[in-house]
Design a protein around this ligand. Structure first.
Ligand code: FES
Ligand SMILES: [Fe+2]
Length: 390
């Protein structure tokens, strides 16, 4: 695509003032993210007939699953007098407010108001947001108009297990977590203690190119290229090493890591693993996973330990945690501050993928600000997959 040099120069000037990180309602970065399907909940945590509160990009909603099995997102509060809708009852695929019994269907239409005149209900609607499921996660679309094609990215190729670990809440802005996933060099340092990433400690030469669906990143070591995929707007798909405690069972696996803002100073990681095990190997893997889950529960949440590391009370080398990798990642990312100060950075060639991502974000945000059409991103082909590289 030919780039108009005037446009590029103007974008560079404007980009310096753009706030890439804040995504609340009305912000440019928020308008950008709201153009895409975003994961908002782990599907297995939402049984039929239950309603939950969720907070995404500094806005609150109610998520419920009807008796037909369909998940639905509606406004947080009842349009009558503002009661929290998740306190109410799911009835079939409808939801009834706990306060005075107003009932709404999946389109947001009010169906019943037990204490009101007939005819009032049809004049009342609540907000509803398109809601779908893919690879064990519930996704929602919070933008205007028709949502983009679903699913937002392809399922992994081949047989195996799909796993969705409990989504951790991380005490910092989503973008620094996402940028860490663009930063392959960090592996050589952050994950050196504990030796989790054997084979990846040689420094890679980083390459990054924009695609129709996001960014394809390469990390080259001794002529071997590792491919990592970054789907718009905040999902990274990589191949990662077996976790400690699995004794190598399941091997290196594919990881989809979705970084979703709760608000500007916290985010949630929605994780999908594809483990290439079937039959007897799958049974062995699942037994290891059960054992691992017990150790994980006994060791406590990784973000809690990361807080101790940030405070200087605990060095990485003193930590015995089954998911030391998570402790390490969270400590460096949350340690950058609730919202990292990008103006104080000095980026180099190894930050090439981060620089490209920010340039794309800035370009798209400026297009939104100036009323120009944003790039028409297309779903990634299933054939483009991440690789290990060695
Ligand atoms: S506040 Fe919901 S029915 Fe009154
Ligand atoms: Fe990491």
């Amino acid at each position: 695509m030919a780039v108009n040099p005037d446009l590029r120069a103007r974008e560079r000037r404007l980009a310096a003032d753009l706030d890439l990180a804040r995504t609340g309602p009305g912000t440019l970065a928020g308008r950008f993210l709201r153009q895409f399907w975003l994961p908002v909940f782990r599907a297995e945590d939402l049984p039929k007939g239950h309603a939950k509160p969720i907070r995404i990009m500094s806005e609150d909603y109610t998520l419920y699953r009807g008796e037909s099995g369909a998940a639905q997102i509606i406004d947080q509060r009842c349009p009558h007098r503002g009661a929290l809708m998740h306190l109410g009852w799911v009835e079939g695929d409808d939801i009834r407010c706990v306060y005075h019994g107003w009932k709404f269907d999946r389109t947001g239409q009010c169906l019943e108001q037990p204490a009101e005149e007939p005819g009032f209900a049809r004049k009342i609607r609540t907000g509803v947001y398109p809601t779908r499921e893919h690879l064990g996660l519930v996704y929602a679309y919070f933008g205007a108009g028709e949502p983009p094609p679903f699913p937002p990215y392809p399922a992994p190729l081949g047989d195996g297990l799909i796993e969705n670990p409990a989504p951790p809440v991380i005490a910092c802005n989503y973008l620094q977590c996402f940028e860490n996933s663009l930063d392959e060099v960090h592996v050589s340092f952050v994950h050196r203690t504990g030796g989790s990433h054997q084979g990846m400690y040689d420094l890679p030469a980083i390459g990054a190119e924009e695609t129709e669906w996001g960014v394809l990143r390469t990390g080259e070591r001794q002529g071997e290229k590792r491919l990592s995929l970054h789907y718009m707007p905040s999902c990274t798909r990589v191949v990662v090493p077996p976790m400690k405690g699995f004794d190598g069972v399941g091997g290196w696996k594919e990881l989809y890591l979705n970084f979703v803002p709760i608000d500007d100073e916290s985010c949630q990681w929605f994780i999908i693993y594809h483990v290439r095990v079937t039959g007897r190997d799958a049974e062995i893997y699942l037994a290891k996973r059960e054992d691992y889950a017990k150790k994980l529960a006994a060791a406590g949440p990784a973000p809690d330990l990361a807080r101790e590391v940030i405070a200087g009370r605990l060095p990485f080398a003193a930590i015995d945690h089954p998911d030391l990798v998570r402790v390490q990642d969270v400590a460096v990312q949350a340690g950058q501050g609730a919202i990292a100060d990008r103006a104080a950075e000095h980026l180099g060639r190894s930050d090439r993928a981060i620089i490209l991502w920010r340039r794309i974000l800035a370009r798209e945000m400026i297009a939104l600000a100036e009323g120009r059409p944003p790039k028409a991103w297309t779903p990634a082909p299933a054939s483009v997959v991440p690789t290990l590289g060695f």
